[in-house]
Design a binder for this molecule. Structure first.
Ligand SMILES: [Zn+2]
Length: 448
């Protein structure tokens, strides 16, 4: 199994080397804007060969770019125009259908490039050197620089793993260049016997996650401190929006970037915490495509301050991002992530199988089963249910040799004779039945 990892390497550059990097990143950005203007004049073309004829010589002579980088500029500009054309066409359709009145303005002027990020091709613009250094092309010569990074990523590079393209990226606040490199890492193919544990992960508001493994051991991650941080961001945002000046808008843009990075950073940490706590496991994640319905946004202007705060916390945490990071990192920790059906995970009793909204009195934090009286922490109950469904995925994997990313009842039913065609409703009912037959008991049923 091959996975792609992006390694962020901090380049060790002195002042002179930095100014060489400055020159090439600025030249690259100016070249993008030059080519964008030309493409605009050429009937807003999205054809890289057409653009190549028009700008290649200028890109080489006027901006001093190497052959490879000049071609990358052309491709990037052509791709940008293509995206704009697609958006324009979608907008036309939407206007004809009366879905919107707004005209798409993306192609009224030539798209402008602001970022100084440039793309390098491996072995052409950059390559690895011995003793932990990297050689990268600049306008005049090549720089050989040392770098720092996450120790696992450095190991992959040392082992000579296959390298893809890279991005040279400048972080203004730190006055520092980074090289973000795509590494194609070869890992052993997953096999059920390598994954001796199953973990159900319930993501939510009060707790960022509650994870429970096959032995019933749970890990709780509270969301409170983060809620306070989000409140802080919301307060500043509100003040800036009220001000409405140009500089306030600029600060708002910077703030939204900071907030996004804050969440991403936190999600990284949470994913790592789960993966180190439960090694060699199959992580069951809820299929969250319906999360919107569960965390409806409140737009009631008369709602109390507290109600608004609660809603804000609910709607803004990026669960999908946490799950994506977990799935992406899992193979590197000898684990893997699968999606399981999210229906009724918080309403099903894992002791007796009774499923009801009434199992959650006042939709509170406590789970009380109407049928058998079992009580528990509602988020933990959900994580146990997810663990059970994950176990089902593993069992199917063991018996069929194929790993389905979610247990699909229709597949199971199709393998049984005389099942015939079933409506979506019947399939749903069958799925529910299969889940409610699951019972959790550490001594008996949850065995691998
Ligand atoms: Zn029960």
């Amino acid at each position: 199994m091959r996975i792609t990892v992006s390694a962020k390497l901090k380049l060790k550059h002195n002042a002179e080397q930095k100014s060489a990097l400055d020159r090439i990143t600025f030249a690259y950005r100016d070249a993008l804007n030059f080519a964008s203007k030309k493409a605009f004049e050429l009937d807003k073309t999205s054809s890289a060969p057409k653009l190549h004829k028009a700008v290649y010589d200028d890109l080489r002579a006027q901006f001093g770019l190497g052959a490879q980088l000049a071609c990358t500029v052309e491709r990037q500009v052509a791709a940008t125009f293509k995206i704009q054309w697609t958006k324009l066409k979608q907008n036309l359709k939407a206007r004809e259908a009366g879905q919107t009145k707004r005209r798409y303005k993306g192609l009224d002027t030539a798209p402008k490039f602001v970022s100084r990020t440039l793309e390098y091709q491996y072995n052409r613009d950059y390559s690895w050197k011995k003793d932990g250094k990297v050689s990268i092309g600049t306008l005049k010569s090549r720089l050989v620089l040392g770098y720092e990074g996450y120790h696992k990523h450095l190991e992959y590079i040392q082992q000579g793993c296959e390298t893809g393209s890279a991005k040279l990226y400048y972080q203004k606040s730190k006055k520092q260049y980074y090289l973000i490199v795509a590494l194609n890492v070869e890992l052993p193919d997953p096999h059920p016997t390598h994954h001796a544990n199953v973990v159900g992960v319930d993501v939510g508001q009060r707790y960022h996650f509650v994870a429970t493994d096959k032995d019933g051991k749970s890990l709780f991650e509270k969301g409170k401190a983060v809620g306070q941080q989000k409140d802080h961001f919301a307060r500043i945002k509100k003040a800036l929006q009220r001000k409405g000046t140009r500089s306030a808008t600029r600060r708002l843009v910077a703030l939204s970037g900071r907030e996004r990075r804050f969440i991403a950073d936190r999600n990284h940490t949470l994913a790592k915490k789960l993966l180190t706590r439960f090694p060699n496991a199959i992580f069951g994640l809820e299929d969250l495509t319906k999360i919107r319905e569960r965390t409806e946004r409140c737009s009631n202007p008369k709602a109390s301050k507290k109600a608004k705060r609660v809603k804000r916390h609910q709607s803004q945490w990026s669960f999908a991002e946490l799950q994506a990071m977990l799935a992406y990192k899992a193979p590197l920790f000898g684990s893997l992530a699968v999606r399981v059906d999210a229906n009724y995970t918080s309403q099903a009793c894992y002791k007796c199988g009774h499923v009801s909204r009434g199992n959650r009195p006042k939709a509170g934090l406590e789970f009380v089963c109407e049928a058998c009286g079992h009580r528990g922490h509602a988020d933990r109950v959900a994580s146990v249910n997810i663990a059970l469904r994950t176990l089902l995925v593993r069992q199917d994997w063991m018996s069929t040799g194929a790993l389905s990313m979610r247990p699909d009842v229709s597949d199971v039913e199709a393998s049984r004779p005389h099942s015939g065609c079933r409506s979506a409703q019947e399939v749903k009912a069958a799925r529910l039945k299969r889940y409610t037959e699951l019972r959790w008991n550490p001594d008996t049923s949850l065995r691998l």
